[in-house]
Write a protein that binds this ligand. Sequence first.
Ligand SMILES: [Zn+2]
Length: 209
Amino acid sequence: MALPRPPREKKKLPKSRRSPRRPQGREEVPLVKTALASSFEEIWPQERDLMIRPDRYRYVRKLVKSKSCVFCLCAQGKASFETLTLVKTKQSMVVLNKYPYNNGHLLVLPRRHCGELLQLNSAEYSDLMELLRQSVKVIQKVYGCEGLNIGMNHGAVAGAGIPAHLHWHIIPRWAGDVNFFPLIAETKVVVESLESSYHRIKEAWQEVL
Ligand SMILES: [Zn+2]
């Protein structure tokens, strides 16, 4: 007759391999049981505060690609809400970002399809800078923002969504408008509709300049 086995002693992991303790009082969010969630569980066994968005993966990995350059489509024809194009000059244009990080997020770009800053000629560059300056003036007037992020991701490795067509971002900022969402989920809460932003900015463009 076999003797009952003594209870196995639980091995204690060395301190360096132990997962950090969850802070007390923090509620545990149940994980959505998907294949993706399981892989997260394997990688970060103690992590539970995940928002699973497998649909975003296709965009993050650039699996969804537009057949033609969306900015070149904006460059054709008149400025309209359909293309979110606000203003056009001879060489440049201002387009409302379809996926804004904040209300009034603008893109200022050359009309010509060009992904290299150094390939712009002097006339294009001057025109673009003047339009950038005007855009700042209009955005400050419309949104009364306390600050702005103005910048460009030059090249795909630098984070440009459409690297083949240069574009400056102008993003209005207010104190306390940042939370963890844009950092971890590529998602930002924007309270104004694109339509409302478009018409407000368009109207103001005539008044301000
Ligand atoms: Zn283009």
